[in-house]
Design a protein around this ligand. Structure first.
Ligand SMILES: [Cu+2]
Length: 223
C-alpha cells in the first residue's frame, strides 16, 4: 500500500508516512469494529412478529456505557497518537537545521513566487531575484523557507517532500526541508484560494551540487 504515496525525497518524509499509517490503522480498526457492531445490531434486533420495540433513554449505566467506553477509547488513542507524533512534530516544525540556503515563498492569486537573496545573502537588496513557480535547490542540503501570502490564505504543498504549510496574509511562517534525490517535482496550492486555484502549480528542481552552482552562476553572472 506504500505505493499509493507519491515518491518520498524528504529527510523527514518517512516519519510523516509512519504517522499516516499509525493513524490509518487505528481509524481502520475502529471503523471495522463499529460497522460490525452496527450490522450485528441490525440483524439481532430486526422486526419480528410479537416483539415490541424497546425504548431506551440511556439513563442506565449499562446503556450509557455504549457512549462512555468508546469515547474513553478514542481519547486514549488520541493521546497515543499525540505522543507518537510529538517527536515528528518537533523535527519538522521545531528548530530547522542550520543552512546558508534561504528562500522566501510568496503565495498570490495564482502563483508561487520564490525570492532568492542573491550573493550578498540578504533579502531586500538589489541582487534579490524573484522567480515565478520555480524553486531551485541543491540535493542533500537543508533549505529554509519563509512562507508568506500577498492576498488570501494559500497552502504551500510539495507532496514528494511531505511538506504542507499554510501561507497566511500578514504572517511570515518558517519551514524547512532537505531533498535527497535530484529531479523535478510538483508544487501545488492545497487551499481553495479563488477561481484560479487549480492553476497555482509550480515545480521544485532539485539539482546536484555542481548543477546548483551552475544555476547560481547563470542567475548572478557578475558574482
Ligand atoms: Cu492558492
Amino acid at each position: 500500500m506504500a505505493t499509493w504515496f507519491p515518491k518520498n525525497i524528504s529527510t523527514y518524509g518517512a516519519d510523516i508516512d509512519a504517522m499516516f499509517w499509525l493513524i490509518f490503522y487505528i481509524v481502520g480498526v475502529g471503523f471495522i469494529i463499529s460497522e460490525a457492531v452496527i450490522i450485528y445490531a441490525i440483524f439481532r434486533h430486526r422486526k419480528r412478529e410479537g416483539r415490541r420495540a424497546a425504548f431506551l433513554n440511556g439513563e442506565k449505566m449499562s446503556e450509557f456505557a455504549w457512549v462512555l467506553v468508546p469515547t474513553a477509547i478514542v481519547f486514549v488513542l488520541d493521546l497515543g497518537i499525540d505522543f507518537a507524533g510529538s517527536s515528528v512534530w518537533s523535527k519538522v516544525k521545531g528548530e530547522a537545521p542550520p543552512t546558508d540556503i534561504h528562500v522566501i515563498v510568496t503565495g498570490k492569486q495564482f502563483n508561487w513566487n520564490f525570492t532568492y537573496p542573491g550573493p550578498d545573502a540578504k533579502f531586500g537588496t538589489d541582487d534579490d531575484l524573484t522567480i515565478e513557480n520555480e524553486l531551485h535547490v541543491p540535493s542533500n542540503k537543508p533549505v529554509r523557507l519563509v512562507i508568506k501570502s500577498e492576498d488570501v490564505i494559500h497552502s504551500f504543498f510539495v507532496p514528494t517532500l511531505r511538506l504542507k504549510q499554510d501561507a497566511v496574509p500578514g504572517r511570515e511562517i518558517p519551514a524547512w526541508f532537505e531533498a535527497t534525490a535530484t529531479g523535478e517535482y510538483e508544487i501545488a496550492c492545497a487551499e481553495l484560494c479563488g477561481y484560479g486555484h487549480y492553476t497555482m502549480r509550480g515545480f521544485l528542481f532539485v539539482h546536484s551540487s555542481e548543477d546548483y552552482a551552475k544555476w547560481l552562476a547563470e542567475r548572478w553572472p557578475s558574482s
